[in-house]
Write a protein that binds this ligand. Structure first.
Ligand code: THU
Length: 159
């Protein structure tokens, strides 16, 4: 039996963004400016909207021992989950800047996709991922689509 996995996305211009999407992208861009990225010169920002209305932001933090650094998404998600352990995530926006220019729609790395997936499993609630860009922004309504056939707690517990 063959099956297709279809991944719906919405591509928006600045003008098409909702005020909440725009706010999250703006917050992500603001925090990206303070990223510690002396090795890649690729500054990333993430803004996490929680169900209680709080917005938690984070940027990538690099290290001379390269693998010791971490991405913006994980900085923000882990901080949000540490500060508000029982509050589900509603949305995350990410954006990147390199060479003084906003990158055209950033896509989260594989490790971050795994971490983002854990959050929707944990709270039993999928959330929106906003991949901000220079001229176009990709909106994915369900974070689980970033990582189809995910290895998660349900697989681990054979549910
Ligand atoms: N990076 C992020 O922060 N998020 C992503 O989604 C992709 C990559 C960071 C890691 C590293 O500091 C730099 O960008 C270049 O890979």
């Amino acid at each position: 039996m063959d099956k297709d996995i279809i991944i719906p996305i919405t591509v928006k211009t600045d003008q098409e963004l909702t005020s909440q999407e725009k706010l999250l992208i703006d917050k992500a861009l603001e925090i990206a400016k303070g990223a510690y990225a002396p090795y890649s010169n690729f500054s990333v920002g993430a803004a996490v909207l929680l169900d209680n209305g709080e917005i938690i932001t984070g940027s990538n933090q690099e290290n001379a021992a390269y693998p010791s650094g971490t991405c913006a998404e994980r900085t923000a998600i882990f901080y949000a989950n540490a500060q508000y352990p029982n509050v589900p995530v509603v949305a995350i926006a990410i954006i990147a800047v390199t060479g003084g220019k906003v990158v055209e729609s950033i896509s989260p790395c594989g490790s971050c996709r795994q971490v983002l997936a854990e959050v929707s499993t944990r709270y039993r609630r999928p959330y929106t991922v906003i991949m901000g860009g220079r001229e176009k922004h990709i909106i994915m309504k369900d974070n689980r689509l970033l990582l189809p056939l995910t290895f998660d707690a349900d697989v681990l517990n054979d549910r």
